[in-house]
Write a protein that binds this ligand. Sequence first.
Ligand SMILES: Cc1cc2nc3c(=O)[nH]c(=O)nc-3n(C[C@H](O)[C@H](O)[C@H](O)COP(=O)(O)OP(=O)(O)OC[C@H]3O[C@@H](n4cnc5c(N)ncnc54)[C@H](O)[C@@H]3O)c2cc1C
Length: 460
Amino acid sequence: MADYDYDLFVIGAGSGGVRAARLAALSGAKVAVAEEDRVGGTCVVRGCIPKKLMVYASEFSGMFKEAQGYGWSASDSVFDWPTFLTAKDIEIGRLSGLYAANLMNAGADLVHAKARLLDAHTIELVGKDKTVTADKILIATGGRVSTPTDLEGIEHVITSNEAFHLEKLPKSILVVGGGYIAVEFAGIFNGLGVDTTLVYRGPNILRGFDEDVRAHLSAAIEQRGVRLMVGAQHQRIEKTDDGFISHMDNGVKCHTDVVMFATGRVPYVEGLGLEKAGVLLNDKGAIAVDEFSRTNIENIYAVGDVTDRINLTPVAIREAAAFVQTVFGGQPTSFDHDMVATAVFSQPPVGCVGMSEAQARRALHKVDIYMTKFRPMKETFYGGQERVLMKLVVDQGTQKIVGCHIVGPEAAEIIQMAAVAIKMGVTKAQWDSTCALHPTMAEELVTIREKHAPMETSAA
Ligand SMILES: Cc1cc2nc3c(=O)[nH]c(=O)nc-3n(C[C@H](O)[C@H](O)[C@H](O)COP(=O)(O)OP(=O)(O)OC[C@H]3O[C@@H](n4cnc5c(N)ncnc54)[C@H](O)[C@@H]3O)c2cc1C
């Protein structure tokens, strides 16, 4: 075997890269990781974690209102954005430091540099005037935001990257996009008291999610105060003395302090030197890999968002662990991408696992739908009007539950546990045999008996 500097060189110290580097190093391999930005990647630095902290911060405004219905007197609660930002940045710094420490404690070398492939075994550390060689290379460079390039005034917009660091909280914001990031940020800003408009060019937000979830959530976020404008897109963005005017193709002009685009993310492959190593992309611009995360080049692998399979942190981590097991553990292991639970940290939140009703109707012969919408006890007590949606999609032939969808408080926490049973292939009868836990919202999930009439399918 040729003599390389490292057994494994990992490009990118995000969710996937850190897990792979740590596990490989702990297995005795000689490992290095290159990171061009902060250790921790998107999830820790500009994704899941800071976003969830912002969700928490923004939820208090609603809680203060609810509290009055429970006998608390109104108080002058004031939110201070700089105080929150400082606390949030300290926490992100702590987590990023932990990730770096874990890597080093496992024995991996951490290099702060952009890495670029020179060939299938040689990596240039840009700006360090250094090259290293490795037997195996793992590309875990994640994704990056993508905004339209041909829109007049696009240079004025912010993306989720900047939303975490705004100098001051705007009075008004226009959030553009219909995916989970757009919906989450609309909820965050609305909860923080910012006059919020969410614009999406399609007929409804959260394309690909169950139609009942989409309808329920869009009504709920409007009810909470987000102005929702669907079927509209920008013609141009005009800068004014005190903000921006978004000229929409439906004739509406929106004047806001800030315009945020959350219109998509793409695999981050720029400047990686893939062509020099001969690594191929698929037709979506992601690194093409097989079930073992191996590229077309025998010693080069890729995991996480750069492969654009399911772009979630736990998926990147599991793909990374499977890669290490395959390459350094001597056991070919592939991660099963089926029945991965997902959440939208909207307000109210969404939790889903498995197929939507439309997907099930396309894939299976016949399906049974069980659905309930109700006002939970906590809401009815103080006169709140928000309803919870719970929906089960059942394969009529096998009676297995193939989808579960929840919109309502703690949906993400509930769906994590529902996913265990559904992944194991639970039938509706087994599900129903589980005794309810009272008084909870989740008990409704095991007590839905009535079949629901088929949905009217609408275009996405
Ligand atoms: C706003 C937002 C919210 C999100 N919320 C959630 C959520 O709630 N739950 C969830 O599961 N997922 C969420 N995600 C998705 C999640 O963050 C990603 O799926 C996950 O981080 C992917 O991990 P990764 O290892 O593939 O890449 P990343 O975590 O993006 O890490 C890639 C790393 O590689 C580095 N890098 C890139 N190129 C090079 C190079 N050439 N040399 C050196 N370093 C390089 C980057 O700087 C980065 O640190 C969110 C994403 C965003 C943007």
